[in-house]
Design a protein around this ligand. Structure first.
Ligand code: SN0
Length: 320
């Protein structure tokens, strides 16, 4: 695997899930693969789970992880091409990326959507430069449009908890005070559409995700109707993807607290499990009662971030 950002990069999902469960049962069984290998984990934005789980996955595989926080540990980096560099950004990605690449075997990058220029974000301009200029395998650790390590961990969590062959999985938009990227819902939709589940997306008007991620999903504007009979409820906020109206890209169109997942919502489900990628705003996205209930999977879901990262890094190491 040369790069990891789409569901198709991991190939057959059944095989990937089997490998994930094997790695989870035997986390230190592949340490020979990582001997004398280094992964550079680069953050343009904050992180808790991604930062820790990617390092832990690398350590489990016998690798040395190095974490770089851009702008804090390093110079501020310019990402736009062709600009006169007279701002506070001291170094360009064009130099920084090959330098980083020369010090490691694999690179992981977190670089959120800017949410102002849809084309810049949806072309994955920053991640693509890492792929082009580093010469190393690159993992998206949430880039502008995708968060594949999260979606893979979510799929593993669903696989471990499902009671039927084809569970009903409902991803519902929920309110948030800030404009958030679409990366998490894009990837979750892409992975659920590729997996064998009955997948429904519930959202207010105007929040339609880019169809390239939602092919095969049922779209529902009535949240309660969508949640009926759900086996898994996956809550997430996202800002306007700008599909129907590009001028609204990155905007908050609704803060309707009626969409906050609470006991009333969970009551119409098939005793569903609750999922969220974290960090979560309590009593905005989900009520305390639901996230603190025994049906909440947020902690096992976060724990599986080590497993998903480990499968991805393992596959890359096997091909070095
Ligand atoms: C990010 C997002 O893409 O939604 C990362 C999720 C893994 N979330 C946030 O930035 C939340 C920040 C906040 O202030 O709640």
């Amino acid at each position: 695997m040369k790069s990891f950002f789409n569901a198709e990069d991991i190939g057959d999902l059944g095989k990937a899930l089997k490998e994930a469960l094997e790695v989870k049962a035997n986390p230190f069984g592949y340490q020979h693969l990582g001997k004398n290998r280094t992964i550079m984990i680069v953050f343009f934005n904050s992180s808790l789970r991604t930062r820790l789980s990617t390092q832990k996955a690398a350590l489990n595989l016998g690798m040395s992880p190095i974490v770089l926080n851009i702008g804090q540990d390093s110079w501020k980096l310019e990402t736009e091409l062709g600009v006169v560099m007279d701002s506070d950004k001291s170094e360009h990605l064009r130099e920084a990326i090959p330098v980083i690449g020369s010090y490691c075997d694999i690179i992981g990058v977190r670089s959120f959507a800017g949410l102002t220029d849809r084309e810049f974000d949806y072309n994955e301009t920053i991640l693509k430069q890492f792929i082009e200029y580093s010469g190393k395998p690159v993992i998206s650790l949430e880039s502008a449009t995708v968060h594949p390590c999260q979606a893979f961990a979510d799929l593993i969590t669903i696989e471990e908890h499902r009671k039927s062959a084809r569970p009903k999985v409902v991803m519902t938009w929920a309110p948030h005070p800030k404009a958030l990227p679409q990366a998490v819902p894009n990837s979750f939709a892409q992975w659920m559409c590729a997996a064998d589940v009955d997948f429904v997306i519930a959202q207010p008007e105007g929040y339609e995700l880019d169809p390239k991620f939602t092919k095969g999903a049922k779209i529902e504007y009535d949240q309660m109707k969508a949640l009926e009979g759900a086996d898994f409820v996956y809550a997430k906020n996202w800002s306007c993807p700008g599909v129907t109206d590009p001028s609204k890209y990155g905007q908050i169109l609704s803060k309707d607290m009626g969409w906050t997942v609470d006991a009333r919502h969970m009551a119409v489900t098939n005793d569903a499990y609750f999922m969220h990628c974290l960090p979560v705003r309590r009593n905005m996205i989900v009520s305390d009662e639901v996230i603190d209930s025994p049906r909440s999977l947020v902690i096992p879901e976060a724990a599986n971030r080590v497993v998903s990262a480990q499968v991805v890094i393992k596959r890359m190491l096997e091909e070095l």
